[in-house]
Design a protein around this ligand. Structure first.
Ligand SMILES: *[C@@H]1O[C@H](CO)[C@@H](O)[C@H](O)[C@H]1NC(C)=O
Ligand SMILES: *[C@@H]1O[C@H](CO)[C@@H](O)[C@H](O)[C@H]1NC(C)=O
Ligand SMILES: *[C@@H]1O[C@H](CO)[C@@H](O)[C@H](O)[C@H]1NC(C)=O
Ligand SMILES: *[C@@H]1O[C@H](CO)[C@@H](O)[C@H](O)[C@H]1NC(C)=O
Ligand SMILES: *[C@@H]1O[C@H](CO)[C@@H](O)[C@H](O)[C@H]1NC(C)=O
Ligand SMILES: *[C@@H]1O[C@H](CO)[C@@H](O)[C@H](O)[C@H]1NC(C)=O
Ligand SMILES: *[C@@H]1O[C@H](CO)[C@@H](O)[C@H](O)[C@H]1NC(C)=O
Ligand SMILES: *[C@@H]1O[C@H](CO)[C@@H](O)[C@H](O)[C@H]1NC(C)=O
Ligand SMILES: *[C@@H]1O[C@H](CO)[C@@H](O)[C@H](O)[C@H]1NC(C)=O
Ligand SMILES: *[C@@H]1O[C@H](CO)[C@@H](O)[C@H](O)[C@H]1NC(C)=O
Ligand SMILES: *[C@@H]1O[C@H](CO)[C@@H](O)[C@H](O)[C@H]1NC(C)=O
Ligand SMILES: *[C@@H]1O[C@H](CO)[C@@H](O)[C@H](O)[C@H]1NC(C)=O
Length: 756
């Protein structure tokens, strides 16, 4: 329970609890939800659907009365108000309504309706991390421009009183800001946190009626993107240092769309509608579905397209599903972020009575007084449970009188919470029952002295226990250690290939997302146990939710030097300058880390950028079979599918190159694929770039031309890449790099069989 809860709440990418979780408590809640008595016209079940109508219509009628009129055509007029959940009128066109299956069918046939889909519930998905990626505290900044940048965060709200959002030294909000501070009761914005809104369309949250963050997640992500410098921040002394966001001088606007049970699409779309109109520059979105959705049914993809039209760059976490083909952020106009380790790891040592020390994983803020606490195995402290359950320290197995004053040994990682509830002094657990995508290598905050050992160490500890008359152990306070392998992509980070648009490589990049220290909500329990009454201002959590705001901060940093760059240019700069990751340490290579690990300082001066414009995305969608009429509706813009050559996804002017090969079942297949790209010179006026490519016995790459000469800034030059070779069930992981001797502009090239 502990860990799964941990994953669902602290790391995005979970899913609807009703369908996914088998926990009895949740089942009861789910059944109760299903049994609620309908209040509408009929006894028929209703659910909230999003009725998406595309871009803003140019009509005399107000959009919201148009929405009511449409609804009236299918719902009894007396109930229209009750059925209408939300109108989207500021940045795009649509509404959400509570409908029966029949009413939904009828509306779907309406000529204005682009798509209609149930409002699902998504899950929300520092000190060292910025230094690690080479953005030190004293890095060169343009503070004037930086303080004009507004980062919007869609999350669980924000803790406005956090030191990370103190506005000392900040001037008034930038003039372009059109948002408001509607954070609700007892919520005040300032010149740092310039806007706040909250959404609760179903009006069913145990809501404080405010944008205040009671989970900690939104405070954490917002402060990672743009929190102030805060000296001596730590979690009880662990990971101590100066906490700061990527752009400490930028402004923050918080949009609360997530509550403890997740983030409803109806609210996510409402937040996009507002944030775009409010005038944010960058949107950081650490939430999403667990599996990829078709883009016209994906609120984040739709919202992000409208954001793009206004020059807003949207970043989204890849998801925490682990495994291949799970990346749930798939469209090329979103910047998709995987999560990886930094050079700082957190360990909790366990010292056993005979002096042996094991290094385990946990974030343990407690220190046990004295040397050695009696240790007792779960199986030996039960009166009611079978040995198998008791070994796991399963719920209700532990006899409080027998565990008092003891450290418990548990075969199941989730035993930690049960040990806490039973009143034990501490717990040492194995890594059993850890969801496989999590990996044993991530530390979570524990509510009592505890550590999780590797299987071998746990077995040794068991032998010691069995062979010793008065076995004792000590659990030390956590310490930081150097991770020499870093950065490695986390097991939980959702991986490619892209399940919807196979020839667009996703995720795009990776950034720190393991054991990240950032601001937190003092009313949220720091571990996942509500009974954990500790109150902290800074906490350590893991997930792609944490890596996404790192890239949002980095993008804002790049933008502060190039305020006029398009979202695609900023994204390209961060992709082509990313650190090369080591494919020998990650079998899914680019499907784990995309172009690599971001390097914000390098990205300020990338030399060349791959730019993509609205028309390019539209042409790409045309090639995927969407017709002009549908696209006009979906995207709300006046454009036409080209009649001649179409831009297929592989030829979209993207900074990475990917191609899926249809193998027709053959194990070995030869291929020859080409990609066309156009680069724009943003480096030196007069410069000559030469290409180099990776070399392998498995493929040949040729680039034509292989020299690009520029005479002016913003000059564009095209080239073609042909890669040929053979594949046998494995992906080809190649790259090309343009260099003028000063800049290196690197793109991954990925060719993979459809069997992958
Ligand atoms: C939608 O209708 C159902 C009855 O079918 C009701 O239980 C539910 O509360 C309604 N939801 C909203 C958001 O109005
Ligand atoms: C529905 O709401 C509108 C605007 O809020 C109001 O003018 C109208 O009287 C309401 N209709 C009913 C039937 O309650
Ligand atoms: C900051 O950027 C502005 C606008 O691009 C520029 O005029 C100014 O000189 C820059 N300041 C510094 C310190 O780089
Ligand atoms: C407002 O919120 C702050 C921070 O949680 C709290 O200390 C204070 O008591 C609240 N005031 C009211 C009137 O609720
Ligand atoms: C696991 O964590 C330890 C300590 O934090 C670190 O040294 C090691 O490199 C990590 N291994 C992986 C695969 O991340
Ligand atoms: C570990 O505990 C969890 C939660 O109590 C339970 O679902 C799981 O089955 C246990 N694992 C094993 C291997 O028994
Ligand atoms: C202590 O016990 C462990 C586990 O049985 C064993 O591996 C280790 O060798 C012992 N160390 C000493 C110093 O006896
Ligand atoms: C958290 O910050 C508040 C001020 O916002 C301060 O009063 C409190 O002491 C801090 N708590 C801890 C544990 O540092
Ligand atoms: C849309 O484009 C067509 C031609 O491409 C033009 O005739 C029409 O006026 C445009 N409509 C709008 C609303 O801009
Ligand atoms: C590029 O590939 C397409 C098929 O994807 C093919 O029709 C075309 O001839 C190729 N161009 C070159 C120059 O190889
Ligand atoms: C551009 O560079 C080339 C080679 O470095 C040099 O010969 C040429 O004079 C330069 N042209 C200008 C306009 O600076
Ligand atoms: C690469 O090109 C060389 C020279 O044309 C050729 O001999 C070799 O077979 C090619 N390799 C592959 C994997 O196609």
């Amino acid at each position: 329970m502990f860990l799964l809860r941990n994953i669902h709440l602290r790391m995005d990418g979970g899913y609807d609890h009703c369908s996914k979780n088998s926990y009895i408590l949740l089942l009861i809640i789910c059944i109760a939800l299903l049994m609620t008595v309908p209040t509408h016209t009929s006894d028929e079940e209703r659910q909230v659907y999003i009725v998406y109508l595309g871009g803003l219509a140019e009509t005399d009628e107000s959009p919201s009365s148009h929405h009511s009129r449409m609804l009236q055509q299918v719902v009894d007029s007396r109930f229209v108000n009750q059925s209408m959940v939300r109108s989207y009128t500021r940045s795009f066109n649509g509404f959400a309504a509570n409908l029966t299956a029949q009413e939904k069918q009828e509306l779907a046939g309406h000529e204005d309706v682009v798509s209609i889909f149930p409002s699902r519930t998504f899950q929300p998905q520092t000190t060292r991390s910025w230094d690690f990626m080479g953005l030190p505290e004293n890095v060169h900044r343009n503070l004037t421009v930086e303080s004009d940048i507004i980062i919007g965060v869609l999350d669980t709200g924000i803790w406005p009183e956090s030191e990370s959002f103190n506005d000392e030294g900040f001037g008034p909000p930038p003039k372009k800001w059109k948002g408001v501070c509607e954070g609700g009761k007892n919520f005040t914005c300032n010149n740092k946190l310039i806007g706040a809104r909250y959404y609760n369309s179903h009006q069913d949250q145990p809501s404080d009626g405010s944008a205040r963050d009671s989970e900690g997640h939104g405070t954490h992500t917002a402060s990672t993107a743009a929190g102030n410098y805060v000296k001596d921040a730590s979690f009880y002394g662990i990971a101590k240092g100066t906490a700061r966001g990527g752009v400490p001088s930028a402004r923050i606007a918080a949009y609360k769309v997530c509550y403890s049970e997740g983030c409803r699409e109806v609210d996510i779309l409402a937040a996009f509608d507002d944030a775009i109109a409010d005038g944010v520059d960058i949107l950081s979105i650490s939430l999403g579905p667990q599996t990829p959705l078709q883009f016209e049914d994906d609120t984040v993809a739709i919202g992000a397209f409208h954001a793009l039209q206004k020059g807003i760059l949207v970043l989204q976490s890849a998801g925490n599903s682990g495994y291949k083909k799970t990346v749930a952020s798939i469209v090329p106009w979103i910047f998709t972020v995987a999560a990886s380790s930094t050079d700082r790891g957190i360990v909790t040592k366990v010292v056993i009575g005979n002096g042996t020390v094991f290094s385990g994983k946990a974030i343990n803020s407690f220190s046990l007084v004295g040397t050695g606490v009696p240790v007792v195995y779960g199986k030996d402290v039960t009166k009611t449970c079978s040995e198998v359950s008791a070994r796991q320290c399963a719920p209700f197995c532990l006899e409080p009188s027998l565990v008092k004053g003891k450290i418990l040994l548990c075969d199941n990682y989730s035993g930690v919470n049960n040990a806490f509830r039973a009143g034990a002094v501490g717990a040492v657990t194995s890594s059993n029952a850890l969801p496989p995508q999590v990996s044993v290598n991530i530390s979570f905050i524990v509510p009592l002295p505890a550590s999780r050992l590797k299987d071998q160490d746990f077995n040794d500890l068991q032998s010691y226990y069995a062979a010793t008359i008065t076995p004792k152990v000590d659990i030390l306070t956590s310490e930081s250690v150097k991770n020499i392998d870093a950065p490695l992509v986390a097991h939980f980070s959702s991986k490619g290939p892209n399940g919807i648009i196979p020839d667009i490589l996703k995720p795009d990049v990776t950034a720190p997302g393991i054991e990240i220290l950032a601001a937190f909500s003092p009313i949220a329990p720091p571990s996942d146990l509500p009974q954990d009454k500790r109150s902290v201002n800074y906490s350590i959590i893991s997930g792609t939710s944490m890596s996404c705001p790192h890239v949002a901060g980095a993008a804002a940093y790049v933008k502060s030097f190039h305020p006029d760059w398009s979202p695609s240019a900023i994204k390209s700069a961060l992709m082509t300058t990313a650190w090369r990751m080591d494919p020998t340490k990650d079998s899914l290579a680019e499907f784990s880390y995309g172009a690599g690990h971001i390097d914000p300082v390098k990205a300020v001066d990338p030399g060349l950028v791959y730019e993509t414009f609205t028309e390019d995305y539209i042409n790409m969608l045309c090639s995927l079979g969407y017709d002009t009429a549908t696209l006009r509706k979906i995207l709300g813009i006046n454009s036409t599918c080209p009649t001649g050559v179409q831009i297929t996804p592989k030829d979209l002017n993207y900074p990475s190159m990917a191609k899926r090969i249809m193998t027709g079942g053959s194990t070995i297949i030869t291929f020859s694929e080409n990609f066309t790209r156009t680069v724009t010179n943003v480096g030196l006026k007069n410069s000559t770039y030469k290409v180099t490519t990776s070399i392998s016995p498995d493929y040949n790459i040729s680039v034509k031309p292989d020299i690009l000469t520029f005479r002016t800034l913003n000059e564009r030059k095209s080239f073609e890449v042909i890669i040929s070779g053979k594949i046998s069930g494995e992906m080809v992981s190649a790259e090309l790099e343009w260099s003028d001797g000063v800049h290196r502009v690197r793109s991954p090239i990925t060719v993979y069989p459809d069997s992958l």
